[in-house]
Ligand binder design. Structure first.
Ligand code: F6R
Length: 240
């Protein structure tokens, strides 16, 4: 795993944006695996600014997201589909038809997982962006998820519900289940870019990069990927 430590969140976002922009420029038909959450916001702002200023085009890009809350329709303001439209897709020239995410309100859970796995099989990501949970999760693969997992529905860990409550009015409103891309599908990406910012990620960063490869720390699986870059700011890297 390649490790880049930055002085702060701004520099982290800048470095990450450059990697994504270079990927898009090198292959205008690339498949991007994208993440939601607070961490990629600075990166997405820079992609939008670059699109406006330098006209980097996403016209032929396809984007596949990691996860979606179960039960939330795509027009719900807390859904990840909505997050992506608001923070990125609505501000660049990507065709919304080329953006993919699990359907949080699918009637048949198994059929939805199956649909997404087929889609992932047909669209290998050129680069997969990841955030890191404070408990070491990637996407919503919580500790002890099988390394062989494919798309599935998870019960979110209490710590994840607590972490995400800041984005809702209160913890009761946070959905307790989500659809998530599985760890084996994440590992199939040609390249992985994982971002971690802030002191509350320090333990997870240490587990991901230095610890034993174990299902107790889902992000530790990334040590087995041949082309993975971790960008951490100083605070997130303070235990290394
Ligand atoms: C989001 C996702 C999650 C987040 C992680 C970190 O699509 O899959 O794994 O990346 O929970 O979230 P933030 O960035 O909000 O700290």
């Amino acid at each position: 795993m390649q490790l880049i430590i930055t002085n702060d969140y701004e520099e982290l976002s800048e470095r990450a944006a450059k990697i994504i922009i270079d990927t898009v420029k090198a292959n205008p038909y690339a498949v991007l695996g994208l993440a939601t959450g607070t961490t990629p916001l600075g990166l997405y702002k820079r992609l939008v600014a670059d699109h406006e200023k330098n006209k980097t085009s996403y016209k032929h890009i396809r984007a596949v997201n990691l996860d979606e809350y179960k039960g939330l329709p795509s027009d719900h303001s807390q859904s990840y589909a909505y997050f992506m439209r608001k923070n990125l897709f609505g501000q660049i020239d990507i065709d919304l038809e080329n953006t993919y995410i699990e359907n949080g309100t699918a009637k048949d859970e198994m059929a939805e997982c199956d649909r997404y796995d087929k889609l992932l099989g047909a669209m290998r990501r050129d680069i997969q962006l990841l955030g890191l949970g404070s408990n070491g999760h990637i996407a919503f693969n919580e500790p002890y998820t099988s390394f062989d997992s494919k798309t599935h529905v998870v019960d979110l860990a209490e710590s994840t519900v607590r972490d995400n409550a800041r984005l809702f009015n209160n913890a009761d409103e946070v959905p307790k289940q989500a659809y998530t891309m599985g760890l084996s599908s994440i590992m199939q990406s040609k390249r992985i870019l994982i971002l971690a910012s802030g002191a509350n990620k320090a333990e997870a960063v240490r587990g991901a990069i230095m610890g034993e490869v174990t299902e107790a720390v889902p992000a530790s699986i990334l040590q087995r990927h041949g082309d993975c870059i971790l960008i951490a700011d100083k605070e997130a890297a303070r235990l290394l």
